[in-house]
Each structure stands twice: as structure tokens, then as C-alpha cells.
Design a protein around this ligand. Structure first.
Ligand SMILES: [Zn+2]
Length: 110
């Protein structure tokens, strides 16, 4: 049983990180497998985040959102749809979950 797949559930390919020059996005993104995500979430499933530098909000797919909810530290960076490129996430990153002051890629304070 593989722990990670691409967002459509297909196997991870060596070239998935290649950037599509038209969109600035990767060819494909790695997520935790459906089985892994089914083990439960430690954070709410949130679909949109705000880039603190430009103020723009980006909406991501369900598999990516569930991967953050299962493992908030899975990614080191994410895509800003307004800037058209990737920036870091985490405590010192550039993104918060939309409508909150919680940084993307961190655990919320409970
Ligand atoms: Zn931006």
C-alpha cells in the first residue's frame, strides 16, 4: 500500500514537479493516499488560503485539503493563484487559512 499518490490517485511520477509555463503550477501534486487520509484528520479540512504578501485567496482541491488536515506538515510550500507561483508554508511561511490567522502548514492552538 503506497502512502502517497498524485491528486487523481495515480502513482507519483518522477517529473510531477515540472512547472507548466502556462499556469506556473506543477504538472501534478503529491497527496497522501486515500487510505492514509481515511485514518483521520488532526486539523479541519480547509479549501482556501490567503497569501499574506498579495492578499489573494487560492482554493485548492479536496485531496490536497485533506492531506493538510491529515498531516499539516506534509508540504513545504504552496501555490498562490494570484502571483502564479509557489511560496513557503509553515510557521515562517507566507500563507494563512482564509478567514483565520493560522499559518498554513502549522497546528492550530486549541
Ligand atoms: Zn500571492
Amino acid at each position: 500500500m503506497t502512502k502517497t499518490t498524485l491528486t487523481d490517485g495515480s502513482p507519483v511520477t518522477p517529473d510531477h514537479r515540472e512547472i507548466d509555463p502556462k499556469t506556473g503550477m506543477q504538472k501534478a501534486y503529491v497527496v497522501l493516499s486515500e487510505d492514509e487520509r481515511a485514518k483521520g484528520f488532526v486539523e479541519p479540512v480547509r479549501r482556501s488560503y490567503q497569501h499574506l504578501i498579495c492578499g489573494g485567496v487560492t482554493i485548492m482541491g479536496q485531496a490536497l485539503a485533506e492531506t493538510y488536515a491529515r498531516d499539516p506538515f506534509f508540504y513545504s510550500g504552496t501555490f498562490c493563484a494570484i502571483c502564479g507561483t509557489h511560496f513557503p508554508v509553515g510557521e515562517d511561511g507566507q500563507f494563512v487559512w482564509d478567514g483565520t490567522d493560522q499559518k498554513v502548514g502549522t497546528r492550530g492552538q486549541r
